[in-house]
Design a protein around this ligand. Sequence first.
Ligand code: NAP
Length: 535
Amino acid sequence: MGRCMTLIAASIAVESAAELDSVLDRAGECVRAGATMIEWRVDELALETDGIRSTLELVRRSPAPCILACRPAWEGGEYGGEEAHRVALFEAVLAADQRPRYIDLELKAWRGNPAWRTMIRACELRRDLTTGLMLSVHDFRSRPADLLQRMEAMVLEPRCAVVKLAWQARSLRDNLEAFELLAARQKPMIALCMGRFGVMSRVLAPKFGGLLTYAAADSASPTAPGQLTVPELVRTYRFAQLGHRTRVYGVIGWPAEHSLGPVIHNAGFDAVGHDGVYLPLPVPPEYEHFKATVGAMIDDSRLSLRGASVTIPHKENLLRFVRDRGGRLDECVERIGAVNTLVVGSAGGMACLNTDSTAAVEALCANLDVERSDLMDKEAAILGAGGAARAVAAALLEAGVKVTVFNRTPQRAEELRDQMGGVAIADRKALSRRRFDVYVNCTPLGMSGGPAPDQSPLPPDAPLDDSVTVMDTVYAPQRTPLICEAESRGARVITGMDMFLRQAAGQFEQWTGVPGPIETFKTAIRSHNAAAGAN
Ligand code: NAP
């Protein structure tokens, strides 16, 4: 199946004639970045004294075919003027020599005011009208109860060339309905979900044959909630490469939007030629949300969900979910009690595993330039007793390392010891007296945005020197207080980013059968950071 030619419409709001040159420049940048259409939102411009003339100029100078919209306040826009003026604006635009490819008119306006129909008929009679009428429905609060009836009304309207539906998604599941509507479309259609849950519908429009997706010119000026920027769609999500057969992956978390997952995995898919796309998949914390959302996505065969990274707070939920559904569990996963990777087969069967575990040992071996067997009988201190600590402890124990766990809440350390066997636990004071070969921080201390970004989990008098190795699991920032302190005392250091890239590479291999290209991941993060810094 070939790629669908789903368009990217950069949506740009124009407030006044004084901005014409600058918005046209921005539109030009969007086209150079990959936008194939411009949506001019003239809600405010239209109300200026010379609004109609300025709108005509905008359409004439548009660097790509355009959609003209003048959204009234009653449909979530900024236009607060008379309806007669809006009709006159569109009439002037349709009479001009250079006309938009589409005009976007709300279904409610079309049905409610006969002046629109009269105007369109008059324009058709005057000339061969090449501009298409897009009828639209927007709901910025929720899914309209009569969504299907409204869609039907647009489909049945002979003058309607494009049906557009946009509503605020209540969960990821709303996207699945948008895809279902697109798949059954009887006319060119746009079906998009707005808000944090709707990003999937914006990115996957080409997979389901949507006519277009809207994008923001830059992250500061989206015209609807949840819009990505043109460069994000084109570069990060590889919009032009997505098609009917594209397999879907993502990061399930709450929040999920801050994850570097889309940056690295999409770059990796590109590098190895895998027809996949990786998305942020925000799911609220409770198990019921997880079960309903992830279950619906797996069961929707059209979506082709083939895997996910699972992060806070869902690592235990995934294990429970896969167990409940009779999926395959990696052998050491039961002992760890948490997983970070979901793999879904094409027939819906699934497995889960923990790549944090292997990544920790791989990071150690690679940085120490030793084989796994060389870790035998080394002494490691693990700081923390949560999911990451359990994953790291399991892998170190398996490699024959002697593990001692230190945790703020002794009871949790005891639980870990009882579950894993072979682990010692000790009081934090022992960290000042005793030397370990390896220290691994598995608490969020040092993490930006975490409970104590300026703190190190080790006491200042811990015996750090050039004979020890200090590994952090915290990766934002890369240079945590622990890493800085250990480095200044001569210890060998391994950053959380090293482990992060390795656990991601492990997931990538599970999904694609090809080892995760770590150098590609690193380059992708560097250019992402450079672009973020530039904004
Ligand atoms: P978790 O299950 O919530 O466990 C957190 C642990 O940190 C618990 O032992 C907790 O102690 C301890 N802790 C929390 N706040 C503390 C504080 N203020 N002072 C002392 N101890 C504190 O979390 P997790 O999933 O294990 O994640 C822990 C860290 O690992 C996170 O920063 C995460 O980003 C990182 N991680 C990194 C990677 C990677 O690839 N680099 C992978 C997985 C996780 P109590 O038992 O007393 O609450």
